[in-house]
Design a protein around this ligand. Structure first.
Ligand code: NAP
Length: 481
């Protein structure tokens, strides 16, 4: 019989209880797992492992390529990274699949409407790349990095998932109307790649309207592909529609690797009390069985969970209306006892194996035919007025072969003034165009930066203003012509 080596991370808080319940149920299906138990999270931070993920856990995952994990606590504060994000990034699990499906016996204001959609969330880029800087002591910055390659990977995963599950439509939810470069790249890539999937209806929706539609008419969605932070938020919203975080599973998918975990965290107030709902991790285990192609076992577990919830005799405390809630262990026992049963309605969805697209590991360079550097934005920390700064920069920019186009503060043009009542802070984005049409070399720029520093101000960073094939690679400030 085939045996699957798998890394098992019990996690923090309620993690060990809900993961153990899941392990018992998976083992009871007869599918043979060879579990390697390793640790990450709070205990590892306490033991002095700065990432929260020790070497033996990394080695185990690199070997098994298959992980069932409990939630990991994230320390709040400077210097420490989330161990969850570390795992996702270390193994490049670029796709986070979060199904949202109505449960029989779990009554919510949406019951009876047949909610059944999946959020396909980009999992490693966006603001969660965690590249943050204090630009001045009073102004913080987080880089929102979105790549064409990252977009293509998550979009193809979303379309392939839709096909594997026999869906008919796919939405892409972005904030492309405001963030035209970053979120816009996701939208543009979606519209391009949708052409390869003519059997599926592809539609773009603005993320805030998506949230509104999810609260109003969630049954209209089947698959929602979205960027990292949008996906984080709308998938929690989705779990709220079907009973709460105790019911929301997820799969982190990479190339030849997958990490299965609940959407929820360590719920510390319930830790060690045998009261947490294991359904979310349990259904993550179902996703794991499907990932392995063990479709029959996956269907058996999912239908047993649904039948147990529908019966309502032995169900956890977060099932609305439950009078005598069952503990984590008792619920897991009831699910095993219900193997072979199906709910009378809302059965598990039958799916075929997901065909994961193959992507080259080599760095992708997107090469335009023509590229021009028109100038640069220099970000300056200065405790002065826009007028004083503006006049100084106009007088000295020629040292750098530049001429000042405008200055913005918090995204709005303040010099030359257009009358905006901007509440200015000490971080100024100063936009320069090259005098002779090309950005001068670093020596000239350095001379200009020295002038700025001699005036008693500080420069923080420089962004080039690029044009690719005639299209500007930068946005204008509010009010900029
Ligand atoms: P949380 O642990 O998800 O808990 C929030 C609330 O959700 C709980 O108070 C409880 O609601 C409900 N809940 C969550 N899981 C449940 C379950 N299995 N059964 C029943 N109810 C459940 O969120 P948090 O309190 O914001 O985060 C705690 C820690 O977990 C933080 O350190 C956070 O960083 C971490 N975290 C880790 C992950 C991960 O490992 N992937 C994900 C999210 C958060 P009621 O109070 O209404 O009963």
């Amino acid at each position: 019989m085939k045996q699957y080596p798998a890394t098992l991370i019990p996690g923090d808080g309620i993690g060990p209880e809900v993961v153990e319940a899941t392990r018992r149920i998976l083992d009871a299906t007869g599918v043979a797992f060879d579990w390697e138990v390793t640790h990450a999270g709070a205990s590892m931070f306490k033991a002095g492992v700065p990432s929260g993920v020790p070497k033996d856990t990394i080695e185990s995952i690199a070997r098994t390529r298959l992980v069932l994990k409990g939630p990991l606590e994230t320390p709040v504060g400077f210097g420490e990274k989330s161990a969850n994000v570390t795992l996702r990034k270390l193994f490049e699990t670029y796709g986070n699949i979060r199904p949202v499906k109505e449960f029989p016996g779990v009554t919510t204001p949406f019951s009876g409407r047949g909610l059944d959609f999946v959020v396909v969330r980009e999992n490693v880029e966006d603001l969660y790349a965690g590249i943050e800087h204090m630009q001045t002591p009073g102004v913080a910055q987080c880089l929102k990095l979105i790549s064409r390659k990252g977009c293509e990977k998550i979009i193809r995963l979303g379309f392939e998932l839709a096909r594997a599950e026999g869906r008919r439509s796919v939405h892409c939810a972005t904030k492309a109307n405001i963030m035209k470069m970053t979120e816009g790249l996701m939208k543009r890539t979606f519209e391009e790649i949708a052409k390869d999937y003519p059997d599926l209806r592809a539609e773009h929706i603005i993320i805030d309207n998506c949230a509104h539609q999810l609260a109003k008419k969630p049954e209209q969605f089947e698959v929602i592909i979205t960027t990292n932070m949008n996906g984080d938020i709308i998938s929690d919203l989705g779990s709220g529609l079907i009973g709460g975080l105790g019911f929301a599973p997820s799969a982190n998918i990479g190339e030849g690797i997958a990490i299965f975990e609940a959407v929820h965290g360590s719920a510390p107030k319930y830790a060690g009390k045998d009261v947490a709902n294991p359904t979310a991790v349990l259904l993550s285990g179902v996703l794991m069985l499907r990932h392995l192609g063990e479709m029959e076992a996956a269907l058996k577990v999912e239908n047993a969970v649904l039948a147990t919830l529908e019966e309502g005799k032995t169900v956890p405390r977060d099932v609305p209306g439950v009078k005598e809630p069952a503990g984590t262990t008792a619920f897991a026992d009831a699910v095993i006892a219900n193997f072979g049963k199906k709910p009378s309605r809302l059965e598990a969805r039958v799916s075929t194996p997901l065909k994961l697209p193959n992507f080259s590991k080599s760095p992708v360079r997107v090469r335009p035919k023509v590229r021009r550097t028109l100038g640069c934005d220099i970000f300056v920390e200065a405790d002065t007025s826009s007028e004083v700064l503006g006049r100084f920069l106009e007088d000295h920019a020629s040292v750098g072969g530049l001429k000042l186009k405008m200055i913005s503060n918090r995204g709005t043009q303040v010099y030359p003034s257009k009358g905006a009542e901007t509440d200015c802070v000490d971080q100024w984005r100063c936009r320069f165009l090259a005098v002779d049409g090309t950005l001068p070399g670093p020596e000239k720029l350095a001379a200009f930066l020295t002038e700025i520093e001699k005036a008693g101000w500080r420069w923080m960073h420089i962004e080039k203003l690029e044009e690719f094939d005639g299209t500007a690679g930068f946005t204008k400030a509010q009010g900029e012509d």
